[in-house]
Design a protein around this ligand. Structure first.
Ligand code: M6R
Length: 578
């Protein structure tokens, strides 16, 4: 959702904040702002728009000062406009705060403050924070006032605040159900919603835990639990290169991340799954919970576990609490690239006493702390909002859990071969860019890949798309297949192919445009366009061969339509609200 960054040290804060905001923009990009203390005065610059455009129009980096906060917004409360952009401040402009999350008791708190004649200048829930802090600070020192402010907020928050009247020069941090990480430097300290924002400066991080409040000075940090006692939190070190979070010569992060798959897949298949596998062996009933792309990896996991004789089902995490009754005999497996998706965390809360496994890319994320075992994707940072390399890594972990490592050794080479089809896929993209609808079909274990192809396609091309097991078309959707309507068929040679071939013919008979990904000559003949997958491929690897062309197809249609695939409208990378 929103991206937060804070800095205190000797560098020019406005530069650190602006650079950090660029690296955080994947979390939200409808408005942006910074606040820096300069000669004990707050200088605040903010507006609607993307980081590059707003920061150069308002000349962010001309602001002097060594302590400040920044924010890039994904609107939840209040429309997208300058007033609603963060940072928010009190009337005297002595206290400023940035916030990620949703304050659920906003009406009650705002009513109380308005009665005391506090005046609000935005429609956001977040603006409550600087006013409430001012009110609480009237009767107690700043840190205690901040702790009380955090305790009064219901809902979710990651907050960074500061006061110009604070002699100690410090940043105040609080987190509940929204990520916030301290970056530890030498003679300087950072904080941000996510690690990539701080990578140019440090590799040492301390993720805050639920309910933590922290104080950063130039020289260090202190963390307090909700009862006010000082606590120690685990430091983590990452070996990610700052360059990894840069485009490295590619026009978009998404394309870079699609190509990165060749390399990261080896890191993923080296990931330690032994404890998770042991736990899986102990259980007969396994619920898989996830959202979006991760849910599609979860579908494959549930399918493969069921084939192994387990009772397993994949649930859309946001609905798990309404439809599932997990108990002590259920093992819950949560899949989440970010490890911070609110719907997934809620599903894990619903799983109660069940043992839990997390499959995630994010070291120290909340999902890892509420799970008994964690398997890491090791995909490196993924910045494009559309998940690509992390999906392939999720598929690899799922496959390793079921088949073991050896069968996955050809993956890097296979992905490389599929990436060589890029020029052909660009051509197919030109045939699709003008369409209004697209349908994706597959059968059996490749159905989750059809869902994923369709999600990727609609997410970044804004073309309506749906996916089905091929047999389902004739039960309704066939009425939409007319001359030239594209149907993307995932048709590798397997036991389901004869049936899928029938579905492809049904589409052709109605004038539909068939785009196939296949290794079958007959399917190729029926297709308007066809992407070939290698002969003699282990069927366990079909999902990998199928998904790469679909990622490239979505990417190139998006670019042809003039859309920025890294930042599709209305979406954000890490969805920390339910
Ligand atoms: O971080 P998560 O894996 O939990 O995120 C889940 C979804 O929000 C995410 O996969 C989303 O669907 C992607 N934008 C898809 O490309």
């Amino acid at each position: 959702m929103c991206g937060i960054i804070g800095y205190i040290g000797l560098r020019k804060a406005s530069e650190v904040l602006t650079e950090g905001l660029k690296r955080l923009e994947y979390r939200g990009y409808d408005s942006v702002g910074i606040a820096v203390v300069n000669n004990r005065q707050l200088e605040i610059k903010k507006d609607r728009g993307m980081v590059d455009e707003v920061s150069s129009a308002l000349q962010f980096t001309t602001v002097e000062g060594n302590i400040g906060v920044g924010h890039t917004r994904w609107a939840t409360n209040g429309v997208v406009c300058r007033e609603n952009a963060h940072p928010h401040f009190n009337e005297k402009k002595t206290i400023v705060a940035v916030h990620n999350g949703v304050v659920e008791n906003v009406s009650e708190l705002r009513g109380m403050l308005e009665e005391k004649e506090y005046r609000f200048s935005s429609d956001t829930d977040s603006e409550i924070i600087p006013h409430l802090l001012e009110e609480n600070h009237k009767t107690q020192p700043l840190l205690q006032a901040f702790m009380e402010t955090a305790a009064q907020l219901k809902g979710s928050y990651a907050i960074v605040a500061l006061s110009t009247e604070d002699t100690g020069e410090r940043l105040l941090l609080a987190r509940k159900n929204s990520p916030l990480i301290i970056g530890v430097g030498r003679g300087e300290m950072f904080c941000a919603s996510d690690i990539p924002a701080m990578l140019p400066y440090t590799k040492t991080f301390v993720p805050l835990e639920e309910g933590d409040v922290a104080v950063l000075t130039r020289h260090g940090y202190k963390i307090f639990s909700p009862d006010g006692s000082e606590v120690e939190r685990r430091q983590i070190t990452v070996d990610w290169d700052a360059e990894l979070a840069q485009k490295g010569g590619y026009p978009h992060f998404m394309l870079k991340e699609i190509f990165d798959q060749r390399h990261f897949i080896n890191e993923t298949i080296a990931s330690d799954i032994s404890s998770a596998r042991q736990l899986i062996d102990e259980y007969e009933k396994i619920d898989v919970v996830a959202c979006g792309t991760s849910y599609h990896a979860g579908m494959l996991l549930a399918y493969l576990l069921s084939e192994k004789g387990k009772i397993s089902q994949a649930y859309i995490a946001s609905d798990y609490q309404f439809i599932a009754k997990p108990g002590k005999k259920t093992l819950a497996i949560a899949i989440s690239q970010s490890g911070e998706t609110a719907d997934v965390l809620q599903a894990l809360r619903h799983a109660g006493d069940s043992r839990k496994i997390a499959i995630t890319n994010t070291v120290g994320s909340t999902i890892t702390r509420v799970s008994d075992e964690t398997v890491y994707l090791n995909s490196g940072p993924e910045i494009g909002v559309a998940a690509t390399k992390t999906f392939t890594s999720q598929l690899a972990i799922v496959s390793k859990l079921i088949y073991g490592k050896q069968r996955l050794e050809p993956l890097s080479g296979l992905i490389g071969k599929m990436l060589e089809k890029e020029n052909q896929i660009k051509e197919i993209a030109t045939g699709l860019a003008g369409k209004e609808h697209a349908f994706f079909i597959a059968r059996g274990m490749n159905v989750p890949i059809a869902y994923e192809g369709s999600l990727k396609f609609k997410e970044i091309t804004y073309i309506h798309s749906e996916a089905y097991p091929g047999g389902e078309l004739k039960h309704g959707t066939l009425s939409l297949i007319t001359e030239g309507v594209p149907v993307i068929a995932l048709a590798p040679r397997d036991k389901a192919l004869p049936k899928l071939f029938g579905n492809i013919k049904e589409v052709k008979a109605r004038g539909g445009m068939v785009v196939s990904v296949t290794n079958d000559g007959e399917v190729e003949k029926e297709s308007d366009y066809s992407v070939r997958i290698p002969e003699g491929l282990d069927p366990a690897l079909y999902p990998f061969a199928l998904v790469v062309p679909l990622q490239l197809l979505a990417y190139h249609v998006s670019v042809l339509k003039g859309i920025n695939p890294d930042k599709p409208r209305n979406l954000a990378k890490s969805v920390t609200v339910e």
